[in-house]
Design a protein around this ligand. Structure first.
Ligand SMILES: [Zn+2]
Length: 187
């Protein structure tokens, strides 16, 4: 009789309640979820896989109108589609996905208040509270604080190295540095 396959090495992350796919409504929870599901490869978060793991979400990449990054819409009760502009760079698409994922986790009962098809982060000034929240959540998800601070030290704030490391645009990187109150050379 064959030996039973070895169980994976015990996870050192303490078990937390409420890590269901629809309850990742704080960045701490979503980062924990990503760690548990091996969605962080080195420092880069697999946002696409994070979305795919939620049976209520469908991700579509397709060309969208100029100036539109992405959208989220309810396609049937409790089912949502996230659409991302396939004309954009991979890094920009990643941030767009994270932003729409944030809307899903934080605002899905409130989507009527959002534009269908939106420009993300590249707006010069974000005054809308829901949009601000979604951007902050997306940035924290793609660049978790502990990892981010470590990498900033390691690279001595080299923006292009950091952006490449996290798989994000330099704009997103600067935004994250600003939300963490980091400033100085480079970031
Ligand atoms: Zn938005």
């Amino acid at each position: 009789m064959r030996k039973a396959p070895k169980r994976p090495v015990a996870n050192t992350i303490p078990a937390l309640p409420d890590l269901e796919v629809d309850a990742l409504d704080t960045t701490e929870r979503v980062v924990q979820y990503c760690i548990r599901h091996n969605l962080i490869d080195g420092v880069e978060v697999d946002i696409e896989r994070l979305i795919e793991l939620n049976p209520n979400l469908t991700l579509r990449r397709k060309p969208l109108a100029d100036g539109i990054d992405a959208y989220i819409r309810e396609t049937s009760p409790s089912r949502y589609e996230i659409g991302v502009n396939s004309n954009h760079s991979r890094t920009r698409q990643k941030f767009s996905m994270a932003h729409e994922f944030a809307h899903y986790q934080l605002h899905r009962d409130n989507l009527d208040g959002l534009e269908l098809g939106e420009r993300i982060l590249h707006r010069s000034d974000e005054r809308n509270h829901l949009e601000y929240q979604a951007n902050a959540f997306a940035a924290a998800l793609l660049m978790p604080e502990d990892i981010f601070r470590t990498e900033v030290r390691r690279t001595q704030g080299d923006i292009s190295a950091l952006a490449e490391r996290f798989g994000v645009s330099q704009l997103a990187l600067r935004y994250r540095a600003k939300t963490l109150g980091l400033r100085g050379h480079g970031v």
